[in-house]
Design a protein around this ligand. Structure first.
Ligand SMILES: [Zn+2]
Length: 547
């Protein structure tokens, strides 16, 4: 799931189809339900013979972090392709999209306080950070600038220094549990939520544009100043987490954004927002995020006049050989002569951030989608439509993999007109799982009321497993938006939160040990059943009509 600082509220829509609007169709298809024995077969395979944890363990423990365009991402693409082939899926292949930009991997990293005493710290470089010039040992300076005018007082004082650019982030006792599940009350509220009003938040309001420019351009001018002054390393405070957890994403740049930014697409395409752009390292300095307890202590030491020094060594490698991104795609061919050219899709994003192994974001969703397909194969079921698993990349930098897929296969706007792609009329639905390790509690309908009676029937056998809520509300930040944006039914399941927001999402603790096995088994089973039911209907799922 994608979320980036102050953008969290606005990243609700994907970037390419902002001018499309949808109403509701009027034709209601008949509700198909598979016989109870079939659903029982799916349950049996999914709950008793599950391989979802083995799949996820290899993906996270052995392959590891999967930053888009990195060597690990390539390994993950190839391994998922080969694994699905081994299971008997067909047409497993990698689909290129892009160009995305360069890969990045760490070849060496150390950071510790070396004076006035040795203090090991928890730290991680930002993705696409340039390397330091070898190991840098230097005084740590606190840079406090409320406005550009405050830069002056640091002039001539930063050469070779390690610079702290955040303030203290006060921590309070963790009174709420780190892990939670959705209460009946919260689910009840979701069930009666009204359909979305159709407004497209992709377009920034003048107020948002002002805030975005202020925030990013302030950061950019600050880094430009630090670079001009010859500072060696920039360190910021983790924006969340405590007790050993830090949150870290992509590097910032010393490039101001274009003042003409109007949409999310403009922002994603702006050079000031793309550390992955080839050559962007010329406009970046080495940058590291520190866990809050360590960071706060350094600030307090400086305030006492203790003059701490650190040794920081960031050694990173850029991968410029191939600037394209890749999605992994594989199929279970349909068996009905009339319907086998139609497709039901499912997936999640295979890329992750870099400071852990992307277990909950979103190794879990990929392992579940793969497992759902494996369950159907192992159950010997013969879906009428073709079932296609897609594991996206570039999601964390802007839903790129699925957005390009939608452009290539579903259609795009040319000269103000939507031109259908080859698969536009063939895809019945896309099911996405990308909200962490939590089990499925229901489905976000994205305002598509016509699917409600169908999904009610399909959820019924899973009510006792906790999945019974349908909400007309939208949810954002995941790859289903790339389908929903062009009017193809695209759904993200409602999931229990567990530790997603508090501990794992984009943190150094997004690892296999935070995964709940029973939750993933439940999710795989339900996803398999939904995909199978969709593949067996006489008609495609009803779509929202384009206005
Ligand atoms: Zn994410």
């Amino acid at each position: 799931m994608l979320r980036r600082n102050i953008l969290s509220a606005i990243l609700l829509y994907t970037v390419l189809f902002s001018s499309l609007a949808f109403g509701q169709t009027t034709t209601v298809p008949t509700v198909y339900t598979a016989p109870k024995e079939t659903i029982d077969k799916i349950k049996d395979e999914g709950l008793k013979n599950s391989q979802v944890m083995q799949t996820l363990s290899y993906l996270t423990d052995v392959i590891g972090a999967r930053l888009t365009a990195s060597p690990n991402m390539k390994r993950a693409n190839e391994w998922t392709r080969d694994t699905m082939t081994k299971w008997g899926m067909q047409n497993a292949h990698l689909e290129s999209w892009g160009p995305f930009g360069r890969g990045w991997s760490l070849t060496g990293f150390t950071a510790q306080v070396v004076s006035p005493q040795l203090i090991p710290v928890i730290a991680y470089p930002k993705a696409w950070s340039p390397s330091t010039k070898g190991a840098v040992t230097s005084e740590v300076v606190l840079f406090e600038a409320k406005s550009d005018a405050d830069f002056e007082k640091y002039k001539g004082k930063l050469k070779g220094k390690i610079v702290l650019v955040s303030g203290i982030r006060p921590l309070t006792a963790e009174e709420k549990p780190l892990s939670s599940r959705r209460s009946d009350e919260a689910l009840g509220k979701m069930a009666i939520a009204p359909a979305p009003n159709g407004e497209n938040p992709n377009q920034f309001s003048p107020e948002m544009i002002k805030n975005i420019l202020n925030y990013f351009n302030g950061q950019a001018r600050q880094m430009k100043f630090l670079m001009d002054e010859g500072a060696a390393v920039m360190i910021d405070n983790s924006g969340g987490g405590s007790g050993g957890t830090l949150f870290v994403q992509g590097a910032s740049l010393a490039i101001e954004l274009s003042p003409n930014i109007k949409t999310i697409e403009d922002l994603f395409n702006d050079p000031g927002f793309q550390p992955q752009r080839k050559g962007a390292d010329a406009s970046m300095m080495p940058q590291v995020t520190l866990a809050t307890e360590d960071y706060n202590r350094l600030v307090r030491m400086i305030q006492f006049g203790a003059k701490p020094a650190m040794t920081v060594n960031v050694q990173a490698q850029y991968h410029d050989e191939d600037l394209m991104g890749y999605n992994t795609v594989a199929e279970i061919p349909g068996t009905d002569p009339k319907l086998k050219d139609e497709v039901v899709m499912l997936g999640g994003h295979l890329d992750s951030w870099h400071s852990s192994t992307g277990a909950t974001d979103n190794g879990a969703g990929c392992a579940v989608a793969m497992e759902a397909a494996r369950i159907l194969l192992a159950s010997g079921l013969k879906p009428r439509r073709t079932i296609r698993v897609a594991l996206w990349s570039g999601e964390e930098q802007g839903l790129y993999g699925s957005t390009y897929y939608a452009r290539q296969h579903l259609g795009e706007i040319k000269d103000g007109k939507f031109i259908k792609g080859a698969d536009y009329d063939k895809i019945s639905a896309y099911y996405n799982l990308d909200n962490g390790t939590g089990k499925i509690r229901g489905v976000y309908l994205q305002g598509n009321a016509l699917v409600k009676p169908i999904f009610e029937t399909w959820l019924a056998p899973f009510g006792e497993m906790g999945a019974k809520t349908l909400t007309l509300a939208n949810t954002g930040g995941t790859d289903h938006l790339s389908f929903d944006a062009v009017g193809i039914p695209g759904f993200q399941f409602i999931q229990d939160e567990i530790e997603y927001g508090t501990r794992t999402h984009h943190s150094n603790q997004d690892n296999f040990d935070r995964i709940q096995a029973d939750d993933l088994k439940q999710a795989s089973t339900i996803m398999a059943a939904f995909v199978y039911q969709t593949a067996m209907m006489d008609e495609k799922l009803p779509r929202k009509a384009m206005k």
